[in-house]
Design a protein around this ligand. Structure first.
Ligand SMILES: N[C@@H](CCC(=O)N[C@@H](CS)C(=O)NCC(=O)O)C(=O)O
Length: 209
């Protein structure tokens, strides 16, 4: 069975959403990201995954896959009939990769990661100023579309949904981009996304209790 190392509401949420949208079962291992403790067995997460970052997907053959863009496409390709990723050869596959890169680099690493991981000693002013311009790109793209790529839900939507969910705790109000606010509302109405968020929010409460 597939296994996913995750932390509640971290970027691994997108992988959980993808697994649920694909109808794939997995064993989930909760990781405390700051202490690097795997809660199941109290082991050191860095012994499992040298990068020390989630998501880590353990494949059926025991190999590990990291990096959200790769993990999400792997999950999608296990169930091609779900359309979670356009098939290789379809020009939209590159659009999918384009969005996965943009979300991972420009929204996650350029803004969300420093916002949540670094003390704000003034150094966050530039990323904070830049995120407004960054988010105008998907906002414009989604003004007349339901999904990021093609005409159906893909793993790029799972990734963007996670990123948008973290904007509020990062101090950015998504309401300033009505197409993004409407998109987030639509995505959160999907049963798999609703279920994934409910599971992870409940786990998050147990961690802070
Ligand atoms: N490039 C990686 C980034 C993964 C990442 O930064 N994950 C965060 C959680 S959202 C993490 O585990 N951080 C812990 C750390 O870097 O020590 C990806 O896209 O999957």
């Amino acid at each position: 069975m597939l296994q996913l190392y995750f932390s509640p509401m971290a970027c691994s949420l997108a992988s959980r959403i993808a697994l649920m949208e694909a109808g794939l079962e997995a064993r989930y291992h909760l990781v405390h990201l700051r202490t690097k403790q795997v809660v199941d067995d109290d082991s050191d997460f860095r012994d499992v995954a040298p990068k020390g970052a989630v998501p880590v997907l353990v494949l059926e053959n025991g190999e590990q896959l990291t990096e959200s863009a790769a993990v999400l496409q792997y999950i999608a390709d296990l169930k091609p009939e779900t359309g979670l990723a356009p098939r290789f050869g379809d020009p939209d596959r590159y659009r999918l990769q384009e969005w996965l890169s943009f979300i991972g680099a420009e929204i996650h690493k350029a803004f969300l990661f420093p916002t949540f991981w670094y003390k704000d000693d003034g150094s966050l002013a530039k990323p904070r100023a830049r995120i407004t311009q960054t988010l105008s790109v998907p906002a414009t793209h989604l003004a007349n579309r339901e999904f990021l790529v093609g005409s159906g839900f893909t793993v790029a939507d799972a990734h963007l949904t996670w990123a948008l969910l973290l904007l509020r705790p990062a101090g950015v109000d998504v309401a300033q981009w009505p197409p993004l606010a409407a998109y987030l509302e639509r995505m959160q109405a999907r049963p798999a996304i609703k279920g994934a968020i409910a599971t992870e929010m409940a786990l998050r409460k147990t961690m802070t209790a």
